[in-house]
Design a protein around this ligand. Structure first.
Ligand SMILES: C[S@@+](CC[C@H](N)C(=O)[O-])C[C@H]1O[C@@H](n2cnc3c(N)ncnc32)[C@H](O)[C@@H]1O
Length: 663
C-alpha cells in the first residue's frame, strides 16, 4: 500500500507476554504497515479510494481509535470500489456474470430486484402458516441457477471467502440493512436466512429484526429441522441435536460474540459438540477457510444434521447443507477480527533467544490512529489497475516465427552498399547521386557517430589508411573527448568510402577493407584488454581506473594521448573555438595537456601557463573562470552537501575573488 503522505499514522502497542499489564512496545507506524494484514487477506489486492474528504469517516475513526478499524474500513472499501468496468477484478466480474450485485443499494440492478422479490416471497413463505417444510426449503429458481453456475466455477471453494468479503459490506448487526446477497457459497446461507433471519437475508430494504420474527423463524427452523432426515440421524447423536430454544440461545450468544469481537470465546462448548459430528471437507462453506468452521459448525446442529456422506461434489439442493446465517461472517471475513493479534504477520519478531535480544512473545497488539480520518488522507495503491505502460524490455513480434532480431542502422547501410556494388553499372550510375546524397545526409545528421568515424579515419593503422584514398569527408572537428563507438564507426568507415572503390573492383575492395577492419578491431581489442599498459599507469595503481576509461575520456587515445589524473576540460573548451588560458601549478600536467591538445588539433587555441593560479589570477583577463582544483577524488560523491567553500582548499570563493572584478 502506498501512503501519499508518509507520516506516522498509527500508534501501535505491542504487549509483551511477560511484562506487567500495560507495558508495551510503542511503534509509530504508517498506515501501510498497520494494514499489511489486510492486503494479505485480500490476496495482496489493493484498491483505490478517492480522497473525497467527506465526513464518512468520522464514525470510522472513532471506532478505529478503539483498535478495531478494519470493519468499518471494509465497509468503506466496499462502497468505494464501484463497479466501474476498469476497476472490476476477476471476482467482481464473476459475481456480475452470475447475476450478483456488485454494489449495495443499486436499485437499478435487476438482480437486486430479483433478490428482493425472492426475499419477500421467502419471508411470506416462512411466515405463512402451515406451509410444509419442504416447500419452505425448496430453492427458488433464480438462486438455484446461480448456485449451480457458481458451483461449477468455484467447486473448490477457494474463492468463497474472498467473494463473501466482497459481497458483505458490513455486518448486519452494525450496519442494519446493508447486506447483499452473498455469493453462491451462501445459497446455504440464503436458506438459513430464509429460516433464521429474514430481516438480514438479502436485498437492501431489509429491516431490523424483531424478537417476534426471530422466534417465528426459529420455531419454523426447528420444525423444519425436525422434519428432515438428517435431523433424524442427528438425534441419534446427542452432541448435534438441539431444539429451538437451544438454537435461540446460540443465536443470541453468537451475536454477542460478534459484537464483542470475540467469537471464539463464546461458543460455550457448542463447537466442540458439533465437531463430533461428521463434516464434509468439500462443502463450500467449509472449503473456503478452515477458520470459518467455527461459525458454520455452530449452526449446523440447529438446522440440519450431518450424515457423513457428503462428497461435496453435488449441488447443495441435493445435499444436506451446513447453514450459516448470512449476517454472520467467517472469522477471516469478520472485519472485527484481527487475526494478526501479535503483529507477527506485520513482521514483528519476538522470541527469547539472543537474536531477538530477549524480547519475549507479544501477547497482542493495539492500534490507535493518531489523527481523526488520517487513513483517508492518503491513497491506496490500486494494484488491480492495469498499467498502460509498454514493456520496454521485452519485445515480441506480432507474427509468430518472425525473427526478433532488430537490424541495426549500420547493418542496413552495409546491406545497402553491398546491394549497390553488386548492381549492374548502368543502374548504379543512375542511383549514384541518390545514394551519395543519402550518405551525406547520414554523415551530417548522426552527430557523434559521424565524429567517431572521423576519429577512426585519422587513426587508422597504415595498412588501413593506404587502402583508403585521401578523399575524406569533412567531419565535425575531431571526435571530442567522448564516447567511442568502435564497432559502428568501423563499419561506418566502409560504408562512407564507397565512392573510393572503382565499381569493377568493388568486391575486392570490400574484402580488403573488411580485413583491414578486422585488424583494426583486433588492435583495439588488444589495447583495451590492458596489454601494453604504459609505465606511468602501472607506476600509479590509482590511475588504472583512468586507463580503463581512456577511450571514454579520450576518443583519440590511441593517437598518443598521455593519461594522468587530468581530464580534458581545456581541450573541450578549446574545441568551442574560443581562446583558453590553462593554468596548472604542475609542469607535468601542463606537458600532458599540451600533448593531448595537439592530438585534438586545438593546441593553438590554448595558452598554457605553469604557475600558481592564486598568484596569477589577478593578472588574467578572462570572461569566464572555470575552476577545477584538486577536489579530493570521487569521495565527494558521498558528501551530503556540495559546498564550494568547504570542499576544496583553498576556498573556491576565495579563488574566484582573486580574479579581477572587471574581466
Ligand atoms: C583535478 S585536476 C584538474 C584537471 C583539469 N580540470 C582537467 O580536466 O584536465 C587539479 C589540478 O589543479 C592543479 N593545481 C593545484 N593547485 C594549484 C594551484 N594553486 N594553481 C594552479 N593549479 C593548481 C593540480 O596540479 C591539478 O593538475
Amino acid at each position: 500500500m502506498y501512503c501519499e503522505k508518509w507520516s506516522s499514522v498509527v500508534e501501535m502497542c505491542l504487549f509483551l507476554e511477560d511484562l506487567r499489564e500495560g507495558s508495551c512496545i510503542l511503534c509509530l507506524c504508517s498506515r501501510a504497515f498497520v494494514e499489511d494484514w489486510k492486503l494479505c487477506s485480500l490476496g495482496l489486492k489493493g484498491y483505490y479510494i478517492e480522497d473525497d474528504g467527506n465526513s464518512a469517516g468520522e464514525q470510522v475513526t472513532e471506532e478505529e481509535e478503539g483498535g478495531r478499524s478494519q470493519g468499518t474500513a471494509e465497509s468503506r472499501d466496499s462502497k468505494d470500489v464501484g463497479p466501474d468496468e476498469s476497476e472490476l477484478d476477476s471476482e467482481a466480474e464473476l459475481m456480475r456474470s452470475i447475476g450478483l450485485p456488485l454494489q449495495l443499494d443499486d436499485p437499478s440492478s435487476s438482480e437486486n430486484e430479483n433478490t428482493r422479490r425472492y426475499k419477500l416471497r421467502t419471508k411470506k413463505d416462512i411466515e405463512g402458516e402451515n406451509l410444509p417444510a419442504e416447500n419452505t426449503l425448496s430453492p427458488k429458481l433464480e438462486i438455484t441457477e446461480l448456485w449451480e453456475k457458481y458451483w461449477k466455477e468455484y467447486r473448490g471453494g477457494t474463492a468463497v471467502a474472498k467473494l463473501a468479503r466482497k459481497a458483505y459490506s458490513c455486518d448486519t448487526d452494525t450496519c442494519g440493512s446493508k447486506t447483499v446477497v452473498d455469493n453462491k457459497k451462501d445459497e446455504n446461507r440464503t436458506k438459513a436466512d430464509e429460516l433464521s433471519s429474514p430481516s438480514s437475508s438479502v436485498g437492501s430494504e431489509s429491516s431490523s429484526s424483531s424478537d417476534k420474527d426471530h422466534n417465528e423463524i426459529l420455531d419454523g427452523l426447528s420444525n423444519i429441522s425436525l422434519n428432515s432426515e438428517e435431523v433424524e440421524q442427528s438425534r441419534l447423536d446427542p452432541s448435534v441435536s438441539c431444539d429451538g430454544h437451544q438454537c435461540l440461545s446460540e443465536v443470541k450468544s453468537r451475536r454477542e460474540c460478534l459484537a464483542s469481537g470475540q467469537s471464539e470465546s463464546c461458543n460455550g462448548g457448542t463447537k466442540e459438540s458439533s465437531l463430533s459430528g461428521n463434516r464434509s471437507t468439500s462443502q463450500p462453506a467449509q472449503d473456503s477457510q478452515e477458520s470459518s468452521e467455527a461459525n458454520t459448525i455452530k449452526d449446523r446442529p440447529c438446522l440440519i444434521g450431518t450424515d457423513g456422506d457428503e462428497s461435496g461434489e453435488d449441488p447443495p439442493e441435493q445435499k444436506p447443507s451446513k447453514l450459516k446465517r448470512s449476517h454472520e461472517l467467517d472469522i477471516d471475513e469478520n472485519p472485527d477480527s484481527d487475526f494478526d493479534v501479535d503483529g507477527s504477520l506485520l513482521g514483528f519478531k519476538h522470541g527469547s533467544g539472543q537474536k531477538y535480544s530477549g524480547i519475549s512473545n507479544f501477547s497482542h497488539r493495539r492500534v490507535r490512529y493518531v489523527h481523526k480520518n488520517v487513513k483517508y488522507k492518503s491513497k491506496y495503491f490500486d494494484m488491480r489497475r492495469q498499467i498502460n505502460m509498454k514493456n520496454k524490455h521485452i519485445f515480441f513480434t506480432e507474427e509468430p516465427g518472425k525473427t526478433l532480431f532488430k537490424k541495426s542502422k549500420t547493418l542496413s547501410k552495409v546491406e545497402k552498399f553491398l546491394k549497390w556494388v553488386n548492381e549492374p553499372m548502368d543502374e548504379k550510375a543512375s542511383q549514384e547521386s541518390v545514394s551519395h546524397n543519402n550518405m551525406q545526409d547520414t554523415c551530417t545528421s548522426s552527430g557523434s557517430e559521424e565524429q567517431e568515424v572521423s576519429v577512426e579515419k585519422g587513426d587508422d593503422p597504415p595498412e588501413t589508411s593506404e587502402l583508403e584514398p585521401g578523399k575524406r569527408r569533412a567531419m565535425s572537428p575531431a571526435g571530442e573527448v567522448g564516447t567511442e563507438k568502435t564497432d559502428r564507426d568501423s563499419t561506418e568507415a566502409a560504408v562512407t568510402d564507397e565512392g573510393d572503390c572503382p565499381a569493377q573492383a568493388a568486391p575486392d575492395c570490400l574484402q580488403v577493407e573488411a580485413e583491414a577492419e578486422n585488424k583494426k578491431k583486433k588492435n583495439k581489442s588488444k589495447n583495451r584488454k590492458g596489454i601494453g599498459l604504459p609505465p606511468e599507469i602501472t607506476a600509479v595503481p590509482e590511475l588504472a581506473k583512468y586507463w580503463a576509461q581512456r577511450y571514454r575520456l579520450f576518443s583519440r587515445f590511441d593517437d598518443g594521448i598521455k593519461l594522468e589524473r587530468a581530464g580534458g576540460n581545456t581541450i573541450q573548451f578549446a574545441l568551442t573555438g574560443k581562446r583558453v588560458i590553462a593554468v596548472d601549478i604542475d609542469p607535468v600536467k601542463i606537458d600532458l595537456a599540451c600533448n593531448n591538445a595537439e592530438i585534438y588539433g586545438v593546441a593553438d587555441k590554448i595558452e598554457f601557463i605553469c604557475g600558481d593560479v592564486l598568484q596569477l589570477a589577478s593578472r588574467l583577463k578572462v570572461n569566464v573562470v572555470f575552476l577545477s582544483p584538486p577536489w579530493g577524488g570521487p569521495d565527494y560523491t558521498t558528501a551530503e552537501i556540495f559546498d564550494i567553500s568547504t570542499m576544496m582548499s583553498p576556498d573556491g570563493f576565495e579563488i574566484f575573488q582573486t580574479f579581477p572584478e572587471d574581466h
